[in-house]
Design a protein around this ligand. Structure first.
Ligand code: E4P
Length: 218
């Protein structure tokens, strides 16, 4: 299972990259807007740090505009993945990008039929947004389970990129369902490493070790 970091913040990406845990990065217009820097500059810098797929989202709502943005973004680095919203015009652009051999991530997926359409058009990734479903009292992971079943029924190569992950349970459930990728904020990545019993256990070992050193037996 691959871990992508869901951020446009360079400091977070640098820090996470040091652990060697980051297989890629996803960004979106909202994340980019928090950084107060040029989009292309951010994407270029991310590509220097992370050797893996970097999703950069188009903001046009017509296919021609999306394609113009996509070709421009794809020039930045070979790892750029064009993030396309799951709308009709987006699907027109997706078909063309697939024919051009440009990697794509269909975003804002909220139904298994949307995922099926994107897979039929050759999307590299589909991004079901689990957290936003949970926000409205619908179990987001059920969508991931459905998509996983459908993709395996037909041997689609499109990868399931579980997005809008808000907590470590989302990562656990995505892994249990065999999702190819989970994208998460830095805070969730950090939570994956933590357990209070690990901290308590380490504190006890270190305290006991003091007895060994003070007795000169180390
Ligand atoms: C995914 O690619 C999106 O950028 C992201 O996961 C959305 O997360 P949110 O619902 O927490 O904004």
């Amino acid at each position: 299972m691959k871990f992508f970091l869901d951020t446009a913040n360079i400091d977070e990406i640098r820090e996470a990259a040091e652990y060697g845990l980051i297989d890629g990065v996803t960004t979106n217009p909202s994340l980019v807007s928090k950084e107060g820097r040029s989009f292309k500059e951010i994407i270029t810098e991310i590509a220097r740090i992370v050797d893996g797929p970097i999703s950069a989202e188009v903001v046009s709502t017509d296919a021609a505009g999306m394609l113009a943005e996509a070709y421009d973004l794809a020039k930045i680095h070979e790892n750029i993945v064009i993030k396309i919203p799951m709308i009709k015009e987006g699907m027109k652009a997706l078909k063309q990008l697939t024919a051009d051999g440009i990697h794509t991530n269909v975003t804002l997926v909220f139904s298994s039929n949307q995922a099926l359409v994107a897979a039929k058009l050759g999307a590299t990734y589909v991004s079901p947004f689990v957290g936003r479903f949970d926000d409205i009292s619908q179990v987001g992971m059920e969508l991931v389970a459905d998509i996983a079943q459908i993709f395996s029924n037909y041997d689609f190569e499109t990868q399931i990129l579980v997005a809008s992950c808000r907590n470590p349970l989302h990562i656990r459930e995505a892994a249990l369902l065999g999702a190819h990728v989970a994208t998460m904020p830095y805070s969730v990545l950090e939570q994956l490493l933590k357990h209070p019993l690990t901290d308590i256990g380490l504190a006890r070992f270190l305290k006991d070790w003091e007895k060994v050193t003070s007795a000169g037996k180390a």
